[in-house]
Design a protein around this ligand. Structure first.
Ligand code: ATP
Ligand code: MG
Length: 432
């Protein structure tokens, strides 16, 4: 039975609204967010450990509200620093939330448009649009964003630490003007507290703002996290105490020093002809991610053009996916040297795979090479960008002095980048 069945469109909509209302009882919530979801304050500031349930909770909360006829006229803008990152993070979370409410029938309640990305509730007409703040064009777009019905009332900034305070002010500025009764403006920020020197700390934590609800959460209070996750976190506590502070305890991180602080994220012309040389770098992984990067070099600058990052697949499956994705077979592919069997499989599949030359100190030398160059990353390479943001120097646990070694953290795409530049770094004696 379609939703505009015999009763006509309006009748169908009411019926659907009743059905949807009945479904809300089925949704499961993480208890600790109750106060957050009830708050109508202008700012909801949700900091917490990894896996505490922040994103899922906000997705469910907003889907629930925007599906409710009481909120007709409200609309949501979902923001990540990189607009493209929405496709792999906030969109699936919102769809998962719609499924939590309506099960396999969710698309009777919500429609999804892929280009440009949007979700629309079929009952209330409320819309969700997605945006980024990575460059002037994306910021300008935010200033002019418009909805089919009603006004922009809600903004959700996911991984809010990626934004600058100026970005935040642009968003804040968008929520103004008189609203119909029952609606209110609200910005929700979700993030891991990566660094105590972050502007979010001074703006919302050091100087409490009566217009803000500040909330902290931890994965231990999320009943949906399994034992394996708890074990991984315990392991992290031993191996990476700094990271554990932020991602395990949900407490403000130290003021770490980034290993590669100077990279730029921006779109550029990826036509191969424009570069002096283009190569592939690959770091093998199964439990860890398997990362392949396509890297162009021009006038001494390093341009990361594309990435393919996959997890939990064996070599044959990765080769299949890489072939389908169009990873070029005519480029040199510089691979992790630790696994010659895998290199042989790639060669058998027609790729120009070969091992990187490893030597004492080669990691530091490769990083040093990258630090001395212009490093431009295409916004599509979201894994690499995420890794770089958390790639900091290790500290001596006793003295706090910086050591000459990166702190343990996910670095699979970074490894692929190191391999990609290695032959050029070693100079012209290398044959291609
Ligand atoms: N209400 C819920 N119902 C079912 N599962 C949930 C719910 N909330 C969270 N989960 C589970 O917990 C996991 C972690 O939640 P979520 O992704 O929201 O955490 P997070 O706090 O945003 O973490 P991060 O800081 O890493 O982004 C989800 O992937 C999901 O499996
Ligand atoms: Mg999250």
């Amino acid at each position: 039975m379609g939703w505009d069945g015999p009763g006509g469109k309006a009748g169908g909509r009411e019926k659907l609204a009743r059905e949807l209302e009945a479904a809300t009882g089925r949704v499961r919530w993480v208890e600790g967010f109750r106060e957050v979801n009830a708050s109508t304050k202008r700012y909801r500031v949700l900091m917490g450990s990894a896996g505490s349930g922040k994103s899922m909770n906000v997705a469910q909360d907003l889907i629930g509200k925007l599906s409710n006829p009481k909120f007709a006229g409200a609309n949501l803008l979902v923001v990540r620093k990189l607009e493209e990152a929405n496709r792999a993070s906030t969109l699936p979370q919102l769809i998962q939330a719609a499924k939590a409410f309506y099960g396999s029938e969710w698309h009777r309640a919500w429609s999804v448009r892929r280009e440009p990305l949007a979700m629309t509730c079929r009952v209330t007409g409320c819309q969700i649009l997605f945006a980024g703040m990575n460059d002037l064009r994306q910021r300008e777009k935010i200033k002019s964003v418009a909805f089919e019905r009603g006004k922009l009332t809600f903004i959700w900034v996911e991984e809010a630490t990626e934004l600058s305070e100026a970005d935040f002010d642009i968003l804040d500025d968008r929520l103004r003007g008189v609203l119909p009764r029952g609606l209110y403006y609200q910005i929700t920020l979700t993030f891991n507290p990566v660094s105590a020197s972050h502007w979010l700390k001074s703006r919302f934590f050091d100087h409490p703002d009566p217009a803000a609800l500040v909330h902290r959460s931890n994965y231990r209070d999320n009943p949906f996290m399994d034992a394996a996750y708890h074990r991984r976190m315990e392991m992290r506590k031993k191996r990476d105490p700094e990271g554990y502070r932020v991602y395990g305890l949900g407490e403000w991180g130290g003021t770490e020093k980034m290993v590669l602080p100077h990279y730029q994220v921006r779109a550029f012309d990826r036509d191969r002809e424009r570069f002096d040389r283009v190569v592939l770098g690959q770091d093998f992984g199964f439990n860890h991610a398997n990362a392949i990067l396509e890297v162009g070099m021009k006038d001494g600058g390093v341009y990361v053009m594309r990435e393919l990052v996959l997890r939990g697949l064996d070599t044959a499956a990765i080769i299949e996916r890489a072939t389908a994705a169009g990873v070029p077979k005519d480029l040199a592919m510089i691979c992790d040297s630790a696994e010659p069997d895998r290199i042989a499989s790639w060669r058998a599949a027609g790729f120009r795979a070969r091992p990187v030359k490893k030597g004492a100190g080669s990691v530091l030398a490769q990083l040093d090479y990258l630090r001395g160059r212009e490093l431009v990353i295409h916004p599509q390479c979201v894994h690499l960008i995420r890794e770089l943001a958390g790639y900091v120097w290790k500290k001596d646990p006793l003295t706090g002095a910086l050591l000459d070694e990166p702190a343990p953290a996910p670095d699979d795409a970074i490894a692929a980048l190191r391999y990609a530049v290695d032959e050029v770094r070693r100079g012209p004696n290398f044959t291609f």
